[in-house]
Ligand binder design. Structure first.
Ligand code: MLT
Length: 255
């Protein structure tokens, strides 16, 4: 099992992710928000890169089931119903909804995965689900970190390093690491002991504290608190068991 890693979306674009097994990581906060939304009953998340395409796409969906969610600069986008705080995605708001979601960095990686062989969404909150999925698949994959505004982010890399560390415990997998994966494993070993403290110290974590989202860091740092696995199914993200059901027709209008 060869493990590759990209630290930013620029290192692994749509072409680089094509036909691969992709693990998309945006700990703060897109991964954690999407995992929370689906766990709380959202029907699906549709990741899009621009605000304009989010608005256009939402207009094609039935208005009683669609919600617009996401952020720019960490704050809710004007005209959207939801921001990018996992705490907002409560069952009363999201159950049964199709959420068109656009965030600065996380949506980019997820949208870039549309020609991947498969893509799962990873955060600290669903670590064991991701590791078990990769162990079962037992094939090469790439950890695609969202980073922050085109640059490296420590929290995504440490999360990737935690995935690697778990898989390395299983000798039967024959894990081999790219240099990027090796670097993430090293970062996990030096920064992975106290995840909340790590999130409070990173650039994006400090920005979120400054703009009033300190409580989100606790949610994002809570390892294995949400036992679900979001997976790309066509161009929507659903929980793995729903994605595998053949009779769940897509909510997106085809015309
Ligand atoms: C992103 O996708 O850039 C992040 O999730 C930003 C945020 O924390 O809202």
């Amino acid at each position: 099992m060869r493990i590759e890693l990209s630290f930013t979306p620029h290192q692994a674009d749509e072409a680089a992710l094509r036909d691969k097994t992709v693990v998309a990581i945006d700990v703060l906060r897109a991964s954690t928000t999407i995992i929370t939304a689906l766990h709380h009953g959202a029907r699906e998340i549709i990741p899009v890169t621009t605000v304009e395409s989010a608005v256009k796409l939402s207009a094609k969906l039935a208005s009683d089931i669609v919600l617009l969610g996401g952020e720019r600069g960490g704050k809710m986008i004007q005209g959207f119903s939801l921001g990018n705080s996992p705490a907002e995605y409560v069952p009363e708001k999201v159950k049964g909804k199709s959420i068109v979601f656009s965030s600065t960095n996380g949506s980019q990686v997820m949208a870039d995965s549309r020609y991947a062989r498969e893509m799962v969404v990873c955060g600290f909150v669903n670590m064991t689900q991701v590791v078990n999925f990769l162990r079962e698949r037992s094939r090469d994959f790439i950890l695609a970190c969202a980073g922050t505004n085109g640059a490296f982010s420590l929290e995504d890399s440490v999360c990737a390093g935690m995935v690697i560390q778990h898989l390395l415990k299983d000798d039967s997998l024959g894990v081999s690491l790219s240099d990027g994966a090796l670097a993430a494993q090293t970062l996990y070993r030096s920064h992975g002991k106290n995840i909340l403290k790590l999130l409070q110290s990173t650039e994006h974590g400090r920005h979120l504290i400054e703009i009033g989202f300190e409580d989100d860091l606790k949610l994002c740092a809570s390892v294995d608190s949400i036992p679900v696995l979001p997976q790309l199914d066509g161009n929507v993200i659903r929980l793995k068991r729903d994605a595998e059901k053949k009779d769940l027709s897509p909510a997106i209008a085809t015309s």
